[in-house]
Design a protein around this ligand. Sequence first.
Ligand SMILES: *[C@@H]1O[C@H](CO)[C@@H](O)[C@H](O)[C@H]1NC(C)=O
Length: 435
Amino acid sequence: MANFCKSVFVFCVAFYVVCAKHEVYDGHTLYEVFVKNEDQAKFVNGLETKIPVDFFVYAHTSRNGQVLVSKEQRKGFEDLLTSGDVEYKVLAENIREQLEMEERILAQHKDDKSNRFALGVEALSYNHIHRYEVVDDYLVRLGNAFPELVTVVSAGQSFEGRDVKYLKISTTNFEDRRKPVVFVMSLLHARDWVGLPGTLYTIDQLVLNVTESDLVNDIDWIILPIANPDGFEFTHTDFRFWRKNRRTGLTPDNSCLGVDLNRNFDIFWGTASSNNVCSDVFHGPEPFSEPETQNIRGIFEAYSDRIELFIDLHAHGSMILFGFGNGQLAPNALTLNLVGVNMAQAIDRVKWNAKPDYSVGNIYYATTAASGVASDFAHALGIPLSYTFDLPAIRGISAGNLGYLVELAFIRQAGYETWEGIKVGARIVRDFLNR
Ligand SMILES: *[C@@H]1O[C@H](CO)[C@@H](O)[C@H](O)[C@H]1NC(C)=O
């Protein structure tokens, strides 16, 4: 979104007062793109690095693509699709309207306290996508209330200096090395809001509402709810669809900024991502150039010999993905697939009827080529089961599938059903894979 970002940035600075929220998305159109074969899919997905458009879903022969395109780019985008004989349709003429709707719906329930637990700690509600400070404070409160079970750790700071905290949940203070460690993370991509209830629900079920005590007793947990706090806050205050972190200084005038953290890990770095700072898949100046990815690397390095399962929660598309992002299959690919299918089936058993079944597959074959991905880095480091989950997309707000937006009633369900999948994976590593 190079030129677009630039013009909007200048506009916002100059006319700060009139630049209402979501105005930057005024006239942005969401397209659905239909590809007939792999060549067309390559062509369409390749547009990401050629023109400033934003892929919500990569096009695939088995799945329609979704691309957000600014008013200025619409004609060029449509012409390119036509030249490639690719069919498309408009899902949402002006996505700003949907953004405003989401905000109105979520705001109505801000103060609902429906998730109270009688344990001395007020849990966060599932009627809101909570802001960074609220979540950060919640982690600290849990640590204070349950010192025997919960340890709050700072993984480091974000680019803008926010503390990136994670919880260690363990009945044996992480000292029993026979226990496997399961690591669950969300919000590496700022706009993937639906992942947050996934980590928060996991925390609640391990600390406040323990109904299956074997999961707490037999396993040590690392839960990192907000991996990219700067980007996440920016999605609340300015750009709902911001994906990257907020690194500045990459261009002389900061007309484009931010690094795609899930392309910045040191695994096939730079081979299937963008060199262009303005791109949403900009991989950064070098592997691990970003404090946010360094923070996560620190966790992997500290516990890599004990982490048996890593799950990175993203949005969207009801998919469980495993490595590698270049299509190379790991030696344990069959196990990855089998465990992935088991987790997917557990989610599907309790999912909403309106949502599609989960699909399971390799990143490259199920979506598109990607390098520098967190779950690939973890896998290459020796963590045997490593996945990226794409949680279900919103449906039903309007004609189309507006992907990243969150529907109020689904927030709790997203936590609940994702936890059903995580539990299955956790028990498999306990029973079969413990080193
Ligand atoms: C506590 O856990 C049970 C079993 O998983 C679940 O049915 C219930 O909704 C949970 N309660 C809360 C408040 O999350």
